[in-house]
Design a protein around this ligand. Structure first.
Ligand SMILES: Cc1cc2nc3c(=O)[nH]c(=O)nc-3n(C[C@H](O)[C@H](O)[C@H](O)COP(=O)(O)OP(=O)(O)OC[C@H]3O[C@@H](n4cnc5c(N)ncnc54)[C@H](O)[C@@H]3O)c2cc1C
Length: 441
């Protein structure tokens, strides 16, 4: 139980007098934060999970919301339901704006309730990443990234809106600009979104417009690195690039984007007119790791020790995408599995420490493999030396993702939507929230 006392503008939250229970504050209700809370379920801790949004997002399927296959509610779940599931967890909707390690407090701003100071015995930072424009934040205005449900809906509206605007113009060049889609960044998100978009223009939108043929759209996937999916093996990248070309996506690698503006992009010295530029490139850590005053890497991730602890800050941990963890000389990748395993590890470590047991085994990441989907029926999988691709791999991908969704209700809904779109080619989430952008925008 939290006790609150008014203090000027801020609400100060203090431990109840005489409380014996240790308080574990977890910042972030993503994969890592939720796994940490769950691992503390049998402990005697009072767990406070704080997130600035009220829902957990299953990010691997965000691109399907952007591509109108799924609706936002199908890939998200309210974090608050943890209170019903786990006796020792409380959930707070607030944005953490400060951390004071000396007084062992964090400052959290709740909508309409001011800033609260919350004390902790243990602190787990699991605040993830956000899109990074590599020092060109001005690109964000014209090229939305894909990280939240809002982002996915913005992208969906941009894509569908472009076709509506292409229909209304009499200017051929403008029509071509509206029907040109540029994705900057050929990692898994860029590849998956480009392939899904290709399928949308060729199948879903077929026959929907009398004045234009959506299949004549141009989809360009750009990347400064030499190949698509640079974190996968070269042979996988080559296969995926061929598959994308077959789907009608133009792959331009080794090309750096210099400008993104309201007319399109300038890349490798050439202007590509486009009304829809999507940012699927870099990511940077949330500002919270920096608030710990510890060392961070170039992307702002906290450098933690092999136990995921912040050096010289007892009881303070960073997990998931916000942490920079090395294993066998390589960084642990910023993927959901790593975040879950780190969250579980830290939750168990804290539970053990509270029982007076010292944990001697450092964190070890167990790599279950990387997957990416390239349109309907086709996925690639890389696990150690194992590489597979094709329809069966796609079935495995679909099975794993359905099982991993946060709620049974979502699993059933997503399964139904996929079957529907698999057999009909249709997508049921094709709404454009008002207002539609003007042609020049
Ligand atoms: C589009 C996309 C596709 C992806 N596809 C895959 C995939 O196919 N496979 C895969 O394994 N991984 C994939 N990933 C990566 C995977 O989603 C991340 O590695 C994983 O989400 C990291 O988990 P996390 O808990 O560290 O962070 P997140 O899941 O990002 O959660 C962080 C949480 O912290 C909260 N937060 C942040 N700052 C504050 C603050 N100041 N105060 C309060 N709350 C805060 C956020 O609201 C969020 O809920 C994808 C990521 C994206 C964006």
């Amino acid at each position: 139980m939290l006790v609150e006392t008014r203090h000027d503008q801020a609400t100060v939250v203090v431990d109840p007098p005489g409380s014996e229970r240790k308080r574990v504050v977890i910042i972030g209700g993503g994969f890592a934060g939720i796994a940490a809370a769950h691992a503390l379920r049998h402990s005697d801790a009072e767990v406070l999970l704080i997130d600035r949004r009220n829902h957990h997002i299953f990010q691997p399927l965000l691109y399907q919301v952007a591509a109108a296959v799924l609706s936002p509610a199908e890939i998200a779940a309210p974090i608050r339901q943890l209170e019903a599931k786990q006796q020792n967890v409380s959930v707070l909707l607030a944005e953490v704006t400060g951390v004071d390690l000396a007084s062992r407090t964090i400052a959290a701003a709740s909508p309409g309730a001011g800033v609260r100071k919350i004390t902790f015995d243990y602190l787990v930072v699991a605040t993830g990443m956000h899109p990074s424009y590599f020092g060109h934040d001005e690109f964000a205005r014209h090229a939305p990234g894909l990280k939240s449900l809002n982002d996915a809906e913005t992208i969906r509206a941009k894509i569908l809106g472009a076709f509506e605007l292409a229909v209304t113009t009499e200017d051929e060049d403008e029509r071509a600009r509206q029907m040109t889609f540029v994705l900057v960044g050929a990692g898994p998100t860029g590849v998956e979104l480009a392939a899904s978009l290709a399928q949308m223009v060729q199948v879903t939108l077929r026959g929907n417009f009398r004045r234009i043929d959506p299949a004549k759209s141009t989809i360009i996937l750009l990347d400064a690195s030499k190949r698509v999916l640079p974190t996968f093996a070269e042979s996988v990248s080559r296969k995926v690039a061929r598959r994308l070309e077959k789907l009608g996506v133009k792959v331009l690698t080794g090309v750096k984007v210099e400008t993104v503006d309201d007319k399109g992009v300038i890349a490798g010295g050439n202007r590509i007119p486009s009304a829809t530029v999507l940012w699927t490139a870099g990511v940077a850590a949330s500002p919270v790791p920096k608030m710990l005053g510890t060392k961070t890497d170039r992307a702002g991730r906290a450098l933690v020790d092999p136990f995921l602890k912040v050096v010289d800050a007892p009881g303070v941990f960073v997990v998931g995408d916000a942490a920079s963890v090395m294993q066998n000389g390589h960084p642990v990748p910023g993927v959901a599995q790593a975040a879950i395993q780190e969250g579980q590890y830290v939750g168990r470590l804290i539970a053990n420490e509270m029982k007076g047991r010292e944990v001697k085994r450092p964190f070890r990441y167990f790599d279950k493999g990387n997957m990416a989907v390239v349109g309907k029926n086709y996925a690639v999988l890389e696990r150690g030396r194992l590489r597979t691709s094709g329809f069966l791999t796609w079935l495995v991908w679909a099975f794993v993702h359905i099982l991993s969704l946060p709620q049974l209700q979502n699993r059933l809904r997503v399964q139904r939507q996929w079957l529907w779109s698999y057999f009909t080619g249709q997508r049921s989430s094709r709404l454009i929230p008002e207002p539609l952008r003007p042609l020049t925008g």
